[in-house]
Design a protein around this ligand. Structure first.
Ligand code: OGA
Ligand code: NI
Length: 184
């Protein structure tokens, strides 16, 4: 990863992507998503920083698609730990719903007070995304160059949580994804 970010276009099967998308939209329509927080836990600051809504995936939900997703993540972690000695022993993933007009300003994913988040993974579920819809993931590289990543269905991005400064640009359409962190 010479530019510090891995992108895969076939990490999840097309059918699982569809099922997770349907599940996300159902939960969102039932009003189960909550405003997301940040490490600076004041509500006012949060709203200036990010305006997405989230719902944590959990095996306790006994949802077959969330569980299939976690099985794939478990296998990926076994592979990472055995080939790269990464020592990952937990993770957390949430669905994210960015209503039209929302964003997530420049940040690192690792909190200053807690360095347990080692790798960030984001799975995009936007089927008809097109140029002009906004909501790109924008990476701010150390040499000041910017890398813009479209949030299209099927794309997974992977990076070290402490290393990449990034933001979600203002979205002109509702934008959906699964975002999570592999932890030690
Ligand atoms: C995050 C984040 C990026 C994206 O949730 O920390 O940076 O593209 N998400 O959704
Ligand atoms: Ni982030």
């Amino acid at each position: 990863m010479d530019n510090k970010i891995g992108i895969s276009l076939d990490f999840l099967s097309t059918s699982l992507q569809q099922q997770l998308k349907t599940n996300l939209l159902k939960l969102e329509s039932e009003g189960l998503f909550k405003e997301a927080g940040t490490s600076n836990n004041t509500i006012v600051k949060n709203k200036e920083m990010r305006s997405d809504h989230i719902y944590w995936l959990d095996r306790c939900h006994q949802n077959e698609f969330e569980n299939q997703f976690f099985d794939i993540i478990d296998n990926f972690i076994l592979h990472l730990n055995s080939t790269c000695y990464t020592g990952i022993n937990s993770y957390e993933f949430h669905y994210a719903y960015y209503p039209k007009g929302s964003f997530y300003k420049k940040h690192f994913d690792q909190f200053r007070s807690n360095d347990s988040r080692k790798y960030s993974m984001i799975f995009y579920l936007n089927e008809n995304w097109k140029q002009g819809d906004g909501g790109e993931l924008c990476i701010h590289h150390d040499d000041c160059s910017l890398q813009s990543i479209s949030p299209i269905m099927g794309k997974m991005v992977f990076f070290e949580s402490s290393k990449l400064l990034h933001e979600v640009l203002y979205t002109q359409i509702p934008r959906i994804s699964i975002t999570g962190w592999l932890k030690t």
